[in-house]
Design a protein around this ligand. Structure first.
Ligand code: PLP
Length: 498
């Protein structure tokens, strides 16, 4: 299996090279030259094995220059017993009737990013051995909150790597901030920026492709890679849990084998839902992919009318990990849907860069509408959904998951589509305690302290906050630097001492 670039059809690299690089030197995203098939028999076989075996099978189809031993090592290490608080790693629970929740937040940082970022350091270090001679890898991350912590946890003290995370100073939840600023490890750095996630992401992307900076790295025996979902090593592990969820739904009787499901995904950078698209194209019985957004509803508009227009107000919402106006991974979808034509992608994404806007062809728009549905909801509706879901089904959803539940409900009401559905639940409600508490607390009490809020939410819900979050209380802050977009490169040099 070889990989090409969305910005240059002539590129051909191995999986390990794609993972080592993170992003193609032409600025494009690596993408497999074809989507491998998972036959019905193969899928059936996966129903009777555990998450690790499912991961080995699915990843093996994509990472063909990894040996069996290498892949086993990566999967066994990442999803080892005890790393995730559920023995199923990504369990599926029934919400009501034909609506199921895929809980992706059982990892060390309580958000779905762990699903990929627990394995990425393994994939990357194995890949680097094949492609780099003794160079040190510098992981640069732009985060809207959850990726940063999950990447720090995944890469901390991993030999041959250093990791530096940038997050928007006013764009993450108090718990997310605390998780990052107290990070342990000898190879880690964390810095806030004045600006939003898009500023952080654009800053990191331009560091990656700046020739002078790359030269300075070369001289110091360093190379960049990325732990953002622009790295194929993030995407591939996310395909696994959709396959796994389907198997679990067959096993629980939620669907008959071969019956189609709808998948609802709370979406930001379009990575998670793109993984669901890949699962569908591999042969997983999926009907509609439903893209759920918060008030930053650039994707809802795009899926409805084929015009991607980021020229709009940016909102800071109670679901901060979805506060994004430039969804990077959409580029991969459009590359495939436009007939794998990098000229078209260069044209559209050039327009996005220059004017903040592009319009896809009628043909591509028709394909999108065949595959996807979309919806959005604001903070009021998000909180109302948390409250309703809790009182009707005794299920405490986090703010991101609630956006998806809300969009799922309105999709069903609008279309009458009764296909069994799985909703991706992307974070623990205790990561966003303030907003979740305000939704379920009838007395509407507010607390200054994050941990008092957590305690109140524990009281009301009779649930226990995940230990990893409780343990942050009183932990020393190690990183409190805030910088401007323009100074990001300097922060990188300072951290590396070059
Ligand atoms: C990252 C994140 C999302 C958005 O996922 P994308 O892959 O960026 O679309 C949704 N919810 C939570 C909790 C997240 O951390």
């Amino acid at each position: 299996m070889l990989y090409t670039s969305t910005r240059d059809n002539n590129v051909r690299v191995t999986a390990s090279k794609a993972i080592t690089d993170g992003i193609s030197p032409d600025g494009g995203l690596y993408i497999p030259v074809e989507i491998p098939a998972l036959s019905a028999d193969e899928l059936k076989a996966l129903c009777s094995v555990d998450y690790k075996e499912r991961a080995k099978k699915v990843l093996g189809l994509y990472l063909s220059d990894f040996t069996k031993e290498e892949l086993d090592y990566c999967v066994e290490g990442a999803y080892a017993d005890g790393k995730f608080s559920s023995k199923d790693v990504a369990p599926v629970v029934k919400l009501h009737d034909n609506v199921n929740i895929l809980e992706l937040f059982k990892g060390p940082t309580c958000a779905f990013k762990d699903m990929a970022l627990q394995i990425l350091p393994y994939l990357l270090t194995v890949s680097a051995k094949k492609n780099l001679k003794d160079k040190e890898i510098v992981i640069l991350v732009a985060t809207s909150g959850d990726t940063g912590k999950a990447a720090l946890e995944g890469f901390k003290d991993v030999e041959g790597t250093k990791i530096l995370v940038f997050y928007p100073n006013d764009g993450v939840s108090p718990m997310q901030k605390l998780q990052m600023t107290t990070q342990e490890g000898n190879n880690v750095g964390v810095c806030a920026i004045y600006g939003n996630f898009d500023d952080a992401q654009t800053g990191v992307k331009s560091i990656f492709t700046n020739k002078e900076i790359l030269k300075r790295f070369e001289e110091n025996n360093l190379v960049f890679s990325s732990a953002n979902s622009i790295n194929w090593g993030r995407l591939a592990p996310q395909i696994v849990y959709y396959v796994s969820a389907y198997c679990d739904m067959v096993n629980s009787g939620a669907v008959k084998f071969g019956e189609k499901i709808n998948v609802v995904v709370p979406t930001g950078n379009f990575g998670n839902i793109l993984a669901a698209y890949f699962a569908k194209e591999m042969g997983l019985p999926v009907n509609k992919l439903i893209c759920a957004s918060n008030a930053n509803n650039v994707l809802t508009d795009f899926i409805e009318n084929g015009v991607y227009d980021r020229n709009r107000d940016f909102y800071t919402t109670v679901s901060p990990s979805m506060d994004i106006l430039i969804s990077s991974n959409l580029e991969r979808l459009l590359y495939i849907l436009c007939g794998r034509n990098s000229d078209t992608i260069n044209e559209w994404f050039g327009a996005l860069k220059d004017c903040g806007k592009y319009t896809v062809s009628d043909d591509v728009k028709a394909k999108i509408n065949e595959l996807f549905a979309a919806g959005c909801c604001d903070d009021e509706m998000t909180k109302a959904t948390i409250s309703e879901t809790y009182s009707e089904y005794n299920y405490l959803a986090d703010t991101h998951t609630a956006v998806a539940i809300n969009v799922c409900n309105s999709y069903e009401a609008k279309t009458g589509d009764k296909t069994p559905v799985v909703i991706a639940s992307t974070a623990s409600p205790f990561k966003f305690s303030k907003a979740v508490l305000s939704a379920v607390d009838k007395e509407n009490k507010e607390y200054d302290d994050e941990f008092a809020t957590v305690a109140a939410l524990e009281d009301i819900s009779s649930l226990k906050a995940p230990e990893q979050l409780a343990a942050l209380k009183g932990k020393a802050v190690r990183f409190n630097k805030v910088t401007s977009k323009e100074e990001m490169a300097q922060v990188v040099f300072d951290m590396l001492g070059i």
